[in-house]
Unconditional design. Structure first.
Length: 66
């Protein structure tokens, strides 16, 4: 998926989708053709039936070779 500057997108995962396990765990790999600011990645969980919601700001994972 290619995004333009200041463009955003969303990915909707149905609550009964268990393919990734019980947690909301995602890895977003990104690249740019030139040096840019890192993207802002946030997860939002909503459960209207129970009145529960939360957001989670993405964390940077760095690959290390040994």
């Amino acid at each position: 998926m290619r995004l333009k500057p200041l463009e955003s997108t969303h990915i909707y995962i149905k609550e009964y989708d268990k393919r990734g396990g019980p947690g909301a765990n995602f890895i977003v790999k990104w690249q740019a053709e030139r040096k840019i600011n890192q993207p802002i990645i946030e997860g939002v969980m909503l459960d209207a039936r129970q009145g529960i919601s939360f957001i989670c700001t993405g964390q940077i994972i760095t690959e290390h070779s040994e």
